[in-house]
Design a protein around this ligand. Sequence first.
Ligand code: BG6
Length: 387
Amino acid sequence: MKAELFEVIIRHLSEYGMVHGPFDPLWTRVVIEKPFGRDLESALALNRACLNYLNESQIYRIDHYLGKETVQNILSFRFANAIFEPIFNHRYVDHIQITAAETVGMESGRGAFYDETGALRDMVQNHLMQLLCLVTMEPPSRMTADAIRNEKVKVLQSVVPVSPGCVDGVAVRAQYVGGEVAGKAVPGYRQEERIQPESSTPTYVAMRVDIENWRWKGVPIYLRTGKRLRRRVTEITVQFKIPPLQLFQTVECVGDMCDLTGAKPNRLIFRIQPEEGISLRFSAKRPALQVLVEDVVMDFLYSGQWPGALPEAYERLLLDAIRGDSTLFTRSDEVEAQWRVVQPVLRAWEGLDDCAPVAFYPAGSWGPSEAASIFANYDTDWHNPEA
Ligand code: BG6
């Protein structure tokens, strides 16, 4: 939403006699759906316009990812248990990957909106930033809306600003061309309904974020999101460092073929959707006369523990807004801090000519090969969940 639109809505409400003077702080709540502004300047203007009429406590900025059970579970997992939090830091964690992969394209006439928006504004500035906050923030002093949001703002403010320029090695943008998703042929982005034939709007973004604080300095965080990818999956992978001394040989098997390789790092995976749960990958002795280890997985699945559908994110969020609980909504300084992280990338892509051209990837793939460029000088690659 833009500030001008907010003003128009307020004017109309006044004309119909629905607004008399300042809003009553006890009864009036305004819920605003994302995207909140188009960039930092417009988000600042929209916050100013809202705060002209309302108190911060009356504004409910929706990011529906916060309403997802498994997103809320990230904080419970981290802070209701004693075993993982002590190793959630630069001494033990090698890097973090956050993936929000979608198989959908421009169905349901979304093309016109999306072509103006693109993946950075549509997914990275909000949903991926929230996932990043929840997995990296410090424990809040209490489970209150402001205590949690204070910690999220702190971690966003610790993100190292991307240097002005072409953002090479930091961010990659791409667009899908025709391909096949789940056995069905699908058109390329530029052939979709209501998309400009020459559009350079990214449908895929990969970006590296560095947090400069006591806990996370030196641990890169890699984000990626895209439409028309191989599988629908949203997950956060925390990859740990390999043990300092490699005493064992590791067996790696693909189908019937097994090979001996170097040690595999442990990974903790928060699966947000689908097959919601948490997995821990670790090495275990393979039954044999030799001492060889193999990668195994310990899984916690929501559906196994609590059968039945999980509540819809919007059900929870609308109920919370009615009850006046703003824990799962973004505060004005939080939304502005999120924009500050992505703004240099937006500026480079939209403001500089011949800078960071759009790459292409076939629909049904895991994205463009160029996305690996953000791992330059770093011995890793994207973890693509196949199962
Ligand atoms: C919305 C985006 O906020 O989130 C859509 O505008 C995207 O483009 C959707 O498809 C993804 O939500 P979910 O809940 O399906 O992961």
